[in-house]
Design a protein. Structure first.
Length: 386
């Protein structure tokens, strides 16, 4: 779904265009405004192509589904000998270890063996996860292969080592956010000051504010009803990511098991529907939406007290389908009232339609399996200035 564009002579001082690109098993959307010196679409199309090339380069390095990626090489060799990696991959691993430490292990990119054990990894041609309940013995054995404390990084030598055979790095919980950050850096280098970049249906990074607008409006969907909205926020030079339990799960014995794991117990998280995080970068919000989903409201609140600048909305599972969002962080400082603490489902509430009314609808989803396909997330829209 694209934005309305001008044809013929430009009626607006700045041209707005949306470009799409398939990468990381989903669709990346880039909506940008031309620079004052641009005469047409060729210049901004070239910038968009360069931004998407950076996304492709990152995917080629960190995808677990590409046999020739650096991460695939690390996963194959790091338990036997130090495995070489590029400096930016080393920096990514070190950042993940930092978040792992700051969240007491709630965010862990070594969770892959657990995802595999529970049946959430799947080949590209399979339509749904084949869930399975592991035995206590198998769960204990697999948990022994999980933990960033078992990953050694030698930055000077550019090498990674695993303490146990069978360990796996999987950047599915942070890769799309990082890709958006890198694409945004390309835009900045070329002097683009107003843009919105999204990866699938889980993350968005925005630059600046559109002309005659207070910012980019982002609509976060109701986790029970994809026609309704849980909240709508305005972003300015920020990132937003959402993690949710409802889209990817399996059901056995009348119980649902979601794809987001507590790496410390080895079991899928229970009692949480979705977590939305607004912060400084896509890499940060992508990682923290997963971590906070695992941590819950109280530990998230404690984290935000020592890490200012975050806005978080947690949605615990309520009784009888009710929604009771829990706002955490710097909502007041951002000039945005938090979501109401008492909220309920509104199945008849549908997003506004039409080019002038529809904000960017961000469904709640995080893809553990980067091969799985996401629906087109729609488009970002400007919020009129008050």
């Amino acid at each position: 779904m694209g934005l309305a564009t001008c044809s013929g002579a430009f009626a607006e001082p700045l041209l707005r265009r949306t470009f799409t690109h398939e990468a990381m098993g989903t669709e990346f959307n880039l909506t940008l405004y031309s620079r004052p010196e641009d005469k047409g679409t060729d210049e901004i199309r070239g910038i968009a192509d360069e931004a998407f090339a950076v996304v492709d380069d990152l995917e080629n390095k960190i995808s677990v589904w590409r046999l020739d990626s650096q991460v695939a090489y690390i996963n194959k060799h790091a338990a036997r000998e130090p495995a070489k990696a590029a400096p930016d991959v080393i920096d990514l691993i070190l950042y993940c270890r930092k978040v792992y430490s700051e969240t007491d292990g709630a965010f862990d990119v070594t969770v892959g063996p657990l995802v595999n054990l529970w049946g959430f990894y799947r080949s590209q041609d399979e339509s749904s996860p084949q869930g399975q309940l592991p035995s206590d013995e198998a769960l204990a054995d697999t948990c022994a292969k999980v933990g960033m404390d078992k990953v050694a990084v030698d930055r000077d030598k550019g090498a990674v080592s695993f303490a146990r055979d069978g360990m796996l790095l999987d950047f599915g919980g942070i890769g799309k956010g990082l890709a958006l950050d890198r694409a945004a850096e390309v835009l900045k280098r070329h002097g683009v000051t107003t843009a919105a970049l999204s990866a699938g249906t889980s993350s968005i990074v925005v630059l600046g504010t559109p002309p005659a607008a207070a910012g980019w409006r982002v609509r976060v969907r109701d986790p029970y009803d994809d026609r309704a909205s849980l909240d709508e926020v305005i972003l300015r030079d920020e990132a937003l990511s959402t993690s949710g339990s409802y889209e990817k799960f399996f059901e056995l014995g009348g119980k649902k098991y979601c794809h987001i794991f507590d790496p410390r117990t080895g079991r899928p998280v229970e009692g949480m529907l979705s977590v939305t995080v607004i912060g400084r970068s896509g890499m940060e919000t992508d990682a923290l939406s997963t971590a906070f989903f695992v941590m819950g409201a109280e530990k998230t609140r404690a984290y935000c007290k020592t890490h200012p600048g975050l806005r978080v909305t947690l949605v615990p599972a309520g009784e009888k389908g009710g929604l009771h969002p829990v706002p955490v962080g710097d909502w007041d400082q951002a000039g945005k009232e938090p979501p109401p603490l008492e909220n309920s489902r509104h199945p008849d509430s549908t997003p506004a339609r039409g080019d002038d009314a529809q904000p960017f609808p961000l469904p709640v989803t995080v893809r553990v399996n980067p091969i799985s396909q996401c629906p087109c997330p729609g488009r970002p829209e400007e919020s009129a200035r008050p």
